[in-house]
Ligand binder design. Structure first.
Ligand code: LLP
Length: 421
């Protein structure tokens, strides 16, 4: 459920007309709804209500905007970060360090140092060499790092290959069969305090069965680790719950169904459970608002050329992802359309032959469910400035990231004086 609704023939975000935002800020622009964010946090939290003090650490990579993070911090969420940059952004937005978990296969010594200085809750380690490096860094600072190993459970998450992380051939985690040996080695590293187990098998999961299979393996491992004398106090079950993108497809499992499964599977684990949801919190809370530049004849369907492009919303070209495309002021007619951006690549295509509202030059369209992995994956390809972002709450709204002037792109480069010598 979201708060983008048609009232009087045009789309509102909460109480603000999308047209007013486009008029004031220009397009393309990402628009986020606070009411939708808080609704999703509430639904996710309610789903876990029977667990004892779970830590919900929002996956910052899904949407690192400071205003979004501050909103989530205000609702008590922690953060799952995967770089020093995300860590500092989360802290700057008011997320307390003791609610932050640091994931990722390539943490550098510098990033480890920053995280140790801030006193984060847990590092999720992904390899033995990483464990050795973290131990050394912690010792050099006179500290011990609280760690979990991320287990690769060799489970097929059944999602797009580029966002599947839990198969043995993926780069993530330590092999399930090596876990006891890796934990034994970690116990001997004096800079580490081994406190938990972690798992994350992929994103946009539309079936609970692979998650349940992975969690069941984690539960069995916790038992074996305890038998081997490890004091396991946390289990991080990652993120991954899918959201509805295409209204024609079955709705993914609800947070309530996910919470019921987790509550059942983790019974008796006797750990503090941690979660790293990203998409399910912010996905439906955002839309990318864009204006039609012109409509051009196509062989099979008209090309609707919009002013958003693959650099603003990469998901369709990278994962063949489906985003609902709606006219902000639908005229009533529908027509099969090819929706494309201005970037000079055939991959700059949002939809082919899509049955959608008929639109004309100058009309506004909204790409729905763009709050997760939208602005955060934007780039400046074709020298297009980064997309601005707006946050709405009720009848209030604010630009929470301004559109940079093109001069910033030009001035960012420098020309050495020996060129042309
Ligand atoms: N935890 C870890 C360790 C992760 O790698 C991820 C996502 C999450 C949590 C959050 O997953 P979520 O709840 O959002 O599914 N750019 C892709 C998605 C990449 C996800 C990467 N990892 C997309 O646009 O679909």
């Amino acid at each position: 459920m979201d708060h983008f609704e048609y009232v009087g023939g045009a789309m509102l975000v909460e109480q603000v007309p999308m047209e007013a935002i486009a008029e004031a800020v220009g397009t393309p622009v990402y628009v986020y709804s606070t009411a939708t964010l808080s609704r999703h946090v509430g639904v996710f939290r309610d789903a876990l209500a029977r667990l004892d003090n779970p830590l919900i650490a929002f996956a910052v990579k899904a949407n690192p905007n400071a205003a979004v993070l501050a909103t989530l911090a205000g609702m008590g969420l922690g953060a799952d970060v995967v770089s020093g940059g995300e860590l500092l952004r989360a802290i700057a937005a008011g997320i307390p360090a003791d609610r932050i978990v640091f994931s990722g296969v390539g943490k550098t010594e510098h990033e480890m140092r920053i995280a140790l200085e801030r006193g984060i809750f847990q590092f999720n380690l992904e390899s033995e060499p990483e464990a050795e490096m973290l131990s050394q860094v912690a010792l050099s600072m006179g500290r011990r790092a609280a760690v979990a190993y991320r287990i690769n459970p060799d489970v097929d998450a059944g999602t797009h290959a580029k966002i599947s992380t839990g198969k043995s051939e993926n780069k993530f985690g330590i092999p399930y069969d090596r876990a006891l040996a890796s934990y034994a080695a970690a116990r001997d590293l004096p800079g580490l305090d081994v406190q938990g187990v972690a798992v994350h098998i992929g994103s946009q999961l539309t079936d609970l069965a692979p998650l349940e299979a992975a969690f069941t393996k984690v539960g069995a491992l916790i038992g074996r680790l305890r038998e081997a004398g490890h004091d396991i106090r946390t289990a991080d079950l990652g993120g991954g719950l899918g959201v509805p993108y295409d209204p024609a497809l079955p709705v993914p499992p609800s947070p309530a169904a996910y919470g019921e499964m987790v509550t059942r599977v983790t019974q008796g684990w006797n750990v503090r459970l941690m979660f790293e949801p990203g998409r399910v919190i912010v996905g439906n809370a955002g839309a990318l608002l864009s204006r039609v530049i012109r409509v051009k004849e196509g062989a099979n369907a008209p090309f609707v050329i919009v002013d958003a492009a693959m650099n603003d919303l990469l998901r369709p070209s990278l994962y063949d992802a489906w985003h609902d495309i709606r006219a902000v002021r639908p005229a009533g007619a529908r027509v099969a359309s090819n929706v494309v951006g201005p970037v000079c690549e055939t991959g700059d295509t949002f939809a082919m032959g899509r049955d959608m509202d008929r639109v004309a030059a100058g009309d506004l369209v909204a790409f729905m469910t763009a709050g997760a992995y939208g602005a955060t994956m934007a780039g400046t390809y074709n020298s297009r400035p980064l997309t601005p972002e707006v946050l709405v709450s009720g009848d209030k709204w604010a630009v929470v990231r301004a559109r940079p002037p093109i001069e910033a792109l030009i001035e960012g480069d420098s020309i050495p004086d020996w060129i042309g010598d």
